[in-house]
Design a protein around this ligand. Sequence first.
Ligand code: FAD
Ligand code: SF4
Length: 498
Amino acid sequence: MGVQTVWVLGDQLNRRIGALAAATPSTHRVLLVESVAKLASKEWHVQRAHFVIASMRRFAEELRAEGFEVDYRRATSLADGHRLHVEQFRPSGVVVTEPLSWDGLALVRRLGCSLVRSNQFLCHYDDFASWKSTKKSFKMEDFYRWQRKRLGYLMEGDEPVGGQWNFDADNREPPPKDGSAPWPMPVVDVLDDLDTAVLDDIAQHTHGAQPHGLWATSRAGALRRLDHFVTDVLPMFGPHEDAMTTNSWHVAHSLLSPYLNIGLLLPDEVCDAVQRAFDDGRVAIASAEGFIRQVIGWREYVWGLYWAWMPEYAHVNELGANEPLPPVFTGRADTRMNCLSHVLAAVDSHAYAHHIQRLMVIGNLALIAGVDPRALTDWMWANFVDGAEWVMVPNVMGMSQFADGGRMATKPYASGGAYIDRMSDYCKGCAYDRTKRVGDDACPFTTLYWDFMARHEPRFGRNPRVAQQVRAAFKLKDLDEVRARAREVTVMLREGRL
Ligand code: FAD
Ligand code: SF4
């Protein structure tokens, strides 16, 4: 039998993944395709495009160093790259690990590639579907406990270490009021000739601050960042998971999602490192549990839901939200909203915002202002270094925009300025007043929040988790003025005057 080709997609960059795990230089050649169509498909943040392409090129170099023949092609499209490879090399077959996207899977099936089951997640989507089929109603917390028991993280026999599954009550602290926390600085590398070549190739299709070595583009770099996180940052992760501060764009977050999402790190090795730190007494249970819940719970849950609900899920819009993407998101306008301005500045500088900034600042504003959820998803996908369809559709359309009518989240993540003030120091330096809902200096979050509750009374009036807020909206003596101000604020947001 002749040499087979393993086609490695740009988010499968790990020797342990699927088809590549069993490959050897004497039996397999490797194909990687850089698609020009994909690069031209969105207005990418330069750090996002650089991260993926530089990582692909470095991975190709590593495979060559191991003795593989690697066909690294720049082609007009993935399909074209595959066709040209087959014409040139006539492989005995092309084998691919199951792609991470719905369209990717359809493509490789259409091209007649053989598929190898993906091991890039700890719960394959078929196993998730079997778990889900045994439940009348299902929740992330149930899935998470099932994963803990199955995988054995932080377990003593069948019981959770520390006697409880969830230490959220110990977390959720705001940032220290005096701004004193010494948030450890991220690891940074020096860029090299490969980076320069990539930046030249992508310049035409990208925007945002140039890469400065923050995001690793090799496995060795990703492993260094994992080590830094576990040693220096993890002890602070739990308590400050939801905190937002003007002093630090990253607070105590891991910054590991990009590596997990393209394969430079795998979820088991990340959780194993955290388990070891806990076993050695280097980190408290609240931080270890909080982090492991994000990775084996939330991350794998949204992965399973993506496959369970696609392809319709990518286009849901149950709240009928049709406002265009505000120009402030694309840098075509400034804003006097201190919270938004800080978060968008971090996105421009690092192609990153942490979870609470994504959910309670960007997502919250889009939700209560009625922005088209698909436009928001596409913008986040192009601008976040860790963007991918499987993770954005459930998180953005489902959790953050309630566009699925509550299939994923049982209540909308809507809040006024009070929540942002509690969890951050943003409101102190803001031109708006978070306690006001009417008037020129009323906080846009507060105004839009009450308007959102009143506007969606038919949907949320009977939802036990939100009905109280809906009733409170109708008790406001100035509700008519709030609604009038909300209309003004929506127009100002649309026109970039907020
Ligand atoms: P940490 O706070 O350090 O968390 C640890 C890890 O847990 C992350 O690296 C990530 O792998 C995982 N994780 C935690 N929550 C989730 C979740 N809800 N879904 C999936 N993984 C999770 N995550 C992405 O990977 N890519 C995205 O494009 C993305 N877009 C999002 C958009 C919105 C509106 C929301 C609400 C969430 C989004 N998330 C996304 C989930 C989460 O916000 C990011 O994974 C996290 O902020 C990444 O930063 P970190 O690695 O520092 O995370
Ligand atoms: Fe944001 Fe409102 Fe606070 Fe200003 S007052 S920072 S707009 S929440």
